[in-house]
Design a protein around this ligand. Structure first.
Ligand code: CA
Length: 233
């Protein structure tokens, strides 16, 4: 599963160049040009890393970074700050606002790509181990809590493990026997229709208020967590 990167940069040519190179590297890349747009976007969907320009229209990169750190969902989100200002005091200010790394313009694109790779390698284990989030759905592996649209959902232990497993690989389709092995365990002999029953229960809780269904049934194949869930059309 490709890591998702959001570029927040108002210089169109630079954004296109960075996006092109990161896409070539295998990342899933989105771009917004304004600070306020980025703020809204990041409340809807948390990427794996943000490349954030310092000077942006509406809301500055520094302010945006401060807001990200103040929200639990994005408190640990890796952020690389871009800036045209190279002064040491400014660097320090950027880092104290919570950026994980800092690159001064003009920079070489391979250097930025190398820093993205390094930061994701460092950040990923904790990030993945602790919390999964897609759209308005959040699953915390430590506290075992699931929230949708800020409201806590009460799942049975099997439904929790099923959702957790599907959310770790959005878009990937799992056959019923694969789900049985992963969620129920390999030594447990249960009918494959058991999976359908538990997916049904999971959906009932997830989509109680008529919300979009994040679980996709793939006929003749199995189930997956819809990778387009929570994306802005
Ligand atoms: Ca700028």
């Amino acid at each position: 599963m490709a890591a998702k990167i959001l570029i927040v940069e108002d210089e169109e040519a630079l954004a296109i160049l960075v996006r092109y190179n990161l896409t070539a590297e295998g990342y899933e890349v989105e771009h917004v040009a304004r600070g306020d747009e980025a703020d809204i976007r990041l409340k809807e969907c948390v990427p794996d890393l943000v490349i954030l320009d310092w000077m942006l229209p509406a809301v500055s990169g520094i302010e945006l970074c401060r807001r990200l750190r103040a929200r639990p969902e994005t408190a640990l989100l890796p952020v690389i700050m871009l800036t045209a200002r190279g002064e040491e005091s400014e660097r320090i200010r950027g880092l104290t606002q919570g950026a994980d790394d800092y690159i001064v313009k003009p920079f070489s694109v391979p250097e930025l790509v190398a820093r993205v790779n390094a930061l994701l390698r460092r950040a990923k284990p904790d990030h993945v181990a602790h919390r999964l989030a897609h759209g308005d759905l959040e699953l915390d592996r430590v506290t075992k809590r699931v929230r949708r649209a800020e409201k806590e959902l009460h799942l049975g232990p099997t439904e929790f493990r099923l959702l957790e497993f599907l959310m770790t690989s959005p878009g990937r389709v799992f056959a019923r026997d694969q789900l049985l092995d992963a969620v129920w365990g390999q030594d447990v002999y249960v009918d494959e229709r058991t999976v359908d029953v538990h997916v049904g229960r999971l959906r009932k809780v997830l989509n109680r208020r008529g919300q979009a269904d994040p679980i996709r049934t793939v006929r003749g194949a199995g189930y997956s967590f819809d990778e387009t869930f929570g994306r802005v059309p």
